[in-house]
Write a protein that binds this ligand. Structure first.
Ligand code: ASP
Length: 346
């Protein structure tokens, strides 16, 4: 699954029509035989008739990228067209979202984003898009727990010891994340808030590279999705302290929940969804929603997500209505929390 090669994003025929993405790192995976381009007056009726680009707002190899590539394959089969996965990194996922908001509303540029879509409006004063106004939602994709993990030789052995250690050594402990607006940053923010400390945050373009540095012992702590951390936890390459959801995760049965470990206020689950620019015709959104629903029933997708501690969204959730409702309620949920924490990207 995890192939990729360097890619000149500016050369992409559809994204190239808006602003070129020159200078942004990108990686792609073509998942089916190539087809011709879309476009034209009756483009909605003909859709899809060419390559579709799924824009991932974080690095290749990270959790968002993993989920995207997993569903892109069966969606490509269902749509009968290639899906190209493109990583557009930076600013906690907001650069990619801004690019897709401004893209041609023809269904050939689709954004995969997560909970960060709902936190960014509270974190960025000059966000170049409004999540509820500048996109149409396609449907929810996954629910993913987060784990609090550390480099393997980080001194504390248990969650309780980690809490004590971090409180006592807040001036030296480093915390990796994928930038302001990333799920890892949100989770790290809640952790610092719960412990009453301010740690040195080390931002990456995604938690894929952050995990590499954690394994190498370059940073101390990280809070990240099980879709990124499960393999390294199971292999003993990193230390895991807790999972941030109400229930334990089947693939990591020994890991206590934050509630069990004594920090019930630290709860965050990551949800992903697909978005298209706001002016995209409804018929095109329906095509994408239908393909998403098929992909989420694919046994390989279900099995692989389960191995990584995640779950596919239900058929009812994989709809624009449920997705918009989630986005809107999550914006309302996180706004006062972020405001109270006094965090801003500006
Ligand atoms: N989704 C991750 C985060 O928000 C970043 C990534 O996918 O690399 O931290």
């Amino acid at each position: 699954m995890r192939q990729g090669h360097s890619y000149d994003a500016a050369a992409h025929p559809r994204l190239g029509r808006t602003r070129p993405l020159i200078g942004l790192a990108a990686a792609t995976l073509t998942l089916a035989a190539c087809g011709g381009g879309g476009g034209g007056d009756d483009a909605a009726a003909a859709y899809p008739d060419g390559d579709i680009t799924f824009v991932v707002p974080f690095s290749a190899g990270g959790p968002t990228d993993t989920v995207t590539r997993l569903i892109a394959e069966p969606m490509s089969e269902e749509l009968g067209q290639p899906i190209v996965v493109q990583n557009v990194e930076g600013a906690g996922g907001t650069i990619a979202a801004g690019e897709v908001a401004a893209a041609e509303p023809d269904g050939y540029t689709v954004l995969m984003h997560h909970i960060g879509m709902s936190t960014a409006p509270s974190l960025y004063n000059n966000l170049p898009y409004a999540p509820l106004e500048d996109f149409k939602t396609v449907g929810l994709v996954t629910e993913v727990p987060m784990t609090i993990v550390a480099r393997q030789d980080f001194e504390p052995q248990t969650f309780e010891e980690m809490v004590e250690y971090v409180k006592a050594n807040a001036d030296t402990v480093t915390l990796a994340n994928a930038g302001v607006g990333a799920a890892s940053q949100l989770c790290g923010l809640l952790l610092q808030d719960a412990l009453g400390v301010k740690l040195t945050e080390v931002p990456y373009e995604g938690t894929g590279p952050a995990l590499t540095d954690l394994v190498a012992g370059e940073v101390d702590l990280m809070c990240d999705q099980t879709t990124n951390t499960t393999g390294q936890i199971q292999a003993g390459e990193i230390k895991a302290y807790a999972v941030t959801t109400a229930e334990r995760v089947e693939s990591l049965p020994d890991l206590p929940t934050t509630e069990e470990a004594g920090l019930p206020e630290l709860q965050v689950g990551v949800w992903h969804g697909l978005y298209v620019p706001a002016e995209t015709p409804d018929e095109i959104v329906q095509e994408l929603t239908g393909a998403l629903q098929v992909a989420l029933q694919d046994q390989n997708v279900i099995d692989q997500l389960a191995e990584l501690g995640a779950a596919p969204s239900s058929q009812e959730e994989a709809t624009p209505e449920a997705h918009t409702e989630r986005l809107s309620s999550q914006i309302d949920l996180w706004q006062p929390i972020i405001e109270e924490a006094g965090v801003s990207a500006d």
